[in-house]
Structures are given as structure tokens and as C-alpha cells.
Design a protein. Sequence first.
Length: 147
Amino acid sequence: MTTLNLEQRPPRSPRVRLGGFVILPRILDKCRATLTDSNGNYGYACPLDQRFLSFVGIDPEALKEQVKNGLGDGEILNWIHAHAQNPRNELEINTWSRFQEQHAPTSIEEREFFNKLQKAAGPNRSDLVTFFDLLDLDDFVTFGGKP
């Protein structure tokens, strides 16, 4: 599995799915980059990652060990299904993933955090509603795109 250098390009969008799970491919990109110290400003097991890790009941250090063993995305997905403390069926995965795609700030603290990031990445953008919208724009702008 090729490791991305997250100092040169962003991880996959949180919208990209693996086994129906949003966020998971992004987690794997950040984990692989962390293992090679090429993660840049991207943190493995950050609050976004924790949404997935908590949903399935996987310890981030246990997942990191599997990634360290050189397993590909499909092999990691099989490992997650075999070791999840909260096994999920297809309906649960799809419902959770749709919710994550639509998740917008729901508290004053989340809104303040969201607004701070939006001011930095796209202060004139009025179309940013969800955290995924904001992450995609932030990744784009971080690597030279224009908001």
C-alpha cells in the first residue's frame, strides 16, 4: 500500500466510503502517513476519526498496529468487521454514514469552531453547511486551491 505524503496532498475526503463507512479511508490515509512521519498537520485519531472508532468500537492503537503490518484497505475492513466491539450491519452503516455526511454544528462551541475554520478557508463562502463541506474546502485551500 502506497503511503501518501500529507505534507504534499490531503488525505481522501471524509465522504469517500470503504465498506459503506464514510471517514474510514481518510483515517487510513492519516494513519499510514503518521507511521511514516509524513502526516503534516493531519492528526490520526482526531475527533472526526473518533466518530468512526466509537461507532464500531475499535481502539485506534489496535487499528494502527494492523496498518503498520502493511494491510491494504480491504484487509483492514475485514479486520474491523472481525474485531469491532460494536458490529454493525449494512443498514446501520449506511444510516450512520448518511448522518455523518449531513452533520452540521449543533452547539455554540461547534458553531464557533466551524466559523473559525470557515473564516480561514473560505470567508466569502455561504454554501458551507456540514463539517464535510468545510473539511473538503480546507483540504483544497491548504494545497493551493482558491476558495
